[in-house]
Write a protein that binds this ligand. Sequence first.
Ligand SMILES: NC(=O)c1ccc[n+]([C@@H]2O[C@H](COP(=O)([O-])OP(=O)(O)OC[C@H]3O[C@@H](n4cnc5c(N)ncnc54)[C@H](OP(=O)(O)O)[C@@H]3O)[C@@H](O)[C@H]2O)c1
Length: 289
Amino acid sequence: MEKVLSGKIVAQSIFDRISRINLYNTIPTMALLSVCPSPASDFYIRNINRQGAKLGFAVKEFNLNEYTSLEDFIELIKTLNADKAYHGILIQKPFPVHISEDAVNLAVSPTKDIDGIHPENLGRIFLNLEGLFPSTAIAVMEVIKYYNIQTHGKHVVIIGRSPIVAKPLAGFLLQKNNHGNATVTITHSQSDNLETISSTADIIISAIGKPEFVTATFIKKDAVCIDVGINQIYRNGKQSYVGDFDYNSCFDKALAITPVPGGVGSVTTAVLFENLVKATLRQLDDKNC
Ligand SMILES: NC(=O)c1ccc[n+]([C@@H]2O[C@H](COP(=O)([O-])OP(=O)(O)OC[C@H]3O[C@@H](n4cnc5c(N)ncnc54)[C@H](OP(=O)(O)O)[C@@H]3O)[C@@H](O)[C@H]2O)c1
């Protein structure tokens, strides 16, 4: 296995897979909703537009504003759910305080839910049923599969317990299949002895959003380190991005490690478009039934 687990090559393999799919002359079309601009979400949106154009897919932006009421927001989602011109709906965070994330997640049709936020899709992961699942959690699994990282019987410690990354990932890793069968421990900000727990892991996955929090003392020799965190920092007057792992201190001790940038984040957008293709094909199937 390579020591540096580049996400770019994994993303390319997914884009190649997408390009081989017969879309029956349909252009997969995404509705991309955002309410409050933020540097991270602006960056992600630019990337989605760029990749969408490369694939020949359509991305239509709906830019709401911080004064949009919850009722108007939900109404727009319902309109998009019913509109056959849109195959997938992606909703960018952050939200203003009066917008309930739960209400938004519940409003998206599970069949157009390309970010895997609807409770039905999240539940399907734990029952090992088909569905549309969170892109970042799938992206981690794609890295595991591409580099043939053995999970069977291994202890995986996930740092973080968010419903969009950590919990679905735990569900995937617990499944009875070639890339599951792991013993999974989920930790969070209230966990005692985090360092001791993570240093027993064969694979450590961090999704907390704390720059360089996981240092060499958190990992055992030859652990695989998968970094989901993307943190903007300013160092020596310059802006840059680092992960949750302290890459330099972990590098020698780790068997392999994902870089930031160029790791899991690169894979997430590719997975999002694969989800859009899945949603499109399923809607075409339903139309032909
Ligand atoms: N690579 C990608 O494509 C991608 C996609 C999405 C997100 N991200 C990045 O991934 C990171 C996490 O995103 P998210 O949406 O999952 O975040 P989130 O919803 O804010 O959840 C963060 C989790 O980290 C836990 N946490 C915070 N500080 C901790 C600490 N000191 N020790 C242990 N656990 C701690 C929190 O615990 P509590 O529950 O106890 O508060 C929470 O469960 C962010 O950096 C985000 O930018 C990357």
